[in-house]
Design a protein around this ligand. Structure first.
Ligand code: ADP
Length: 399
């Protein structure tokens, strides 16, 4: 079965075409600047050079048509006709409380997706546009929605409820949802398997440390707590997002500094995090370089980032009354031995000891814990697209 995985952003679209017999990627790519000047498709067939196609693209439908043109092109295509694509898996950011797993998309699901727009006004509309475009162009393919929030729907009520009037949850859905679920689920599954255990016998803390960052407590296969909340702004200090702050700070900014709602929103989402603290960059590579040169604010940003990761790991070990595996993933988690070492230095009280030699590795699955460590510390490159393709195949096979 060939499965196309699509991840639509407001002006971008990422795709991967999988051959699910071997779970291999046939081709992948990115359409950027949809609806803007200079839109283009960058398409890579596995094992070949990238090709760039520049084309005016007004909307996601035109973008998907171009992706299909590239996939079936006699020169840089990998399939002979659109009909070869049996199923399409869409990454959908917010499933609210409606979706606790992946679903085959039909009219009712589309209506439910639309009703969740208020919860993710920036993310869900482009996801919906991508689905509508595929429905028009590939009406015979089974379409599946895979939600960033679904894995966390197992969180108990005492973990997802905020200390706010209960009606706000009941009437307006204000509660913690969590995100990056597909990544946390994939990493937890790989982590258990790498340790030769079944998921239902281990307590895992998965640390997705990228530009967006979150940590999840996975107790015997179920997400029981996660650091992102009502929106992906809560939790860790991120590339440009503040993470947890005193909720009174926005009032102060509005009242004392005369900032508008939009300015505060922009400040907390785009100008905060390690970018805001360091003043250097949102990219950890730049910050690590500046910190190595002696830049004190870059050093502070890294220390503050790692300190909060340590606190969440400690909290989640307590939430699960123990931890067997700590797994690092995503851009920084996969590629920064110094950040992993800095974090693990404070976790010996849990019986988690990193092996400096083994930790000197990037982007590959590995056990980086010392032989004497009671907790396994793992590096697991995430693969959200493969997870989406697997979910899509499973649902399409029963459709
Ligand atoms: P997202 O998907 O949220 O954009 P990624 O998981 O791709 O994030 O992570 C991107 C971040 O990972 C970059 O901003 C960069 O800071 C960090 N990163 C990537 N490679 C390295 C590296 N070699 N060393 C340190 N940090 C890295």
């Amino acid at each position: 079965m060939k499965v196309l995985v699509i991840n639509c952003g407001s002006s971008s679209l990422k795709y991967q075409l999988f051959n699910m017999e071997t779970e291999s990627v046939l081709a992948k790519g990115l359409v950027e600047r949809i609806g803007l000047d200079g839109s283009a498709l960058i398409h890579t067939v596995t094992g070949k050079e990238k090709v760039r196609l520049e084309r005016d693209l007004d909307n996601h439908k035109q973008a998907i048509a171009l992706v299909l043109e590239a996939l079936t092109d006699p020169e840089h295509g990998v399939i002979s006709s659109f009909a070869d694509i049996e199923a399409i898996g869409h990454r959908v950011v917010h499933g609210g409380e409606t979706f606790s797993g992946s679903v085959k998309i039909d009219r009712e699901v589309m209506a439910a997706l639309r009703s969740n727009i208020d919860l993710a006004p920036l993310h869900n509309p482009p996801n919906i546009m991508g689905i509508e475009a595929c429905t028009e162009i590939l009406p015979n393919a089974v379409q599946v929605g895979v939600f960033d929030t679904a894995f966390h729907q197992t969180m108990p009520d005492y973990a997802f409820i905020y200390g706010l009037p209960y009606e706000l949850y009941k009437k307006h859905g204000i509660r913690r949802y969590g995100f990056h679920g597909t990544s946390h689920q994939y990493v937890a599954q790989r982590a258990a398997s790498l340790c030769g255990k079944s998921l239902d016998e281990v307590k895992i803390i998965t640390c997705h440390l990228g530009n967006g960052a979150s940590i999840t407590a996975v107790d015997r296969g179920k997400s029981v707590d996660t650091s992102m909340g009502f929106t992906p702004l809560e939790g860790l200090i991120m590339g440009t997002r503040s993470g947890d702050i005193d909720p009174a700070i926005p009032f102060y900014l509005m009242k004392q500094l005369n900032m508008s709602y939009d300015e505060v929103n922009d400040l907390l989402n785009k100008r905060s995090g390690v970018l805001g603290i360091s003043g250097v960059s949102s990219d950890f590579r730049d910050i690590e370089e500046a910190a190595d040169r002696g830049d004190q604010r870059a050093q502070l940003a890294l220390r503050a980032f790692c300190y909060r990761v340590i606190k969440y790991i400690g909290a989640y070990a307590a939430a699960m009354n123990g931890v067997d595996i700590i797994a690092f993933t995503a851009g920084l988690g996969e590629n920064s031995p110094p950040a992993r070492a800095e974090i693990c230095k404070s976790l010996t009280f849990l019986g988690a000891e990193i092996d400096e030699q083994k930790n000197n590795i990037r982007g590959k699955e590995a056990d980086i814990s010392a032989d004497t460590s009671r907790v396994r510390i793992l590096l697991i490159p995430t693969n959200e697209e493969l997870m989406i393709a697997r979910e899509t195949k499973a649902i399409a096979a029963n459709a």
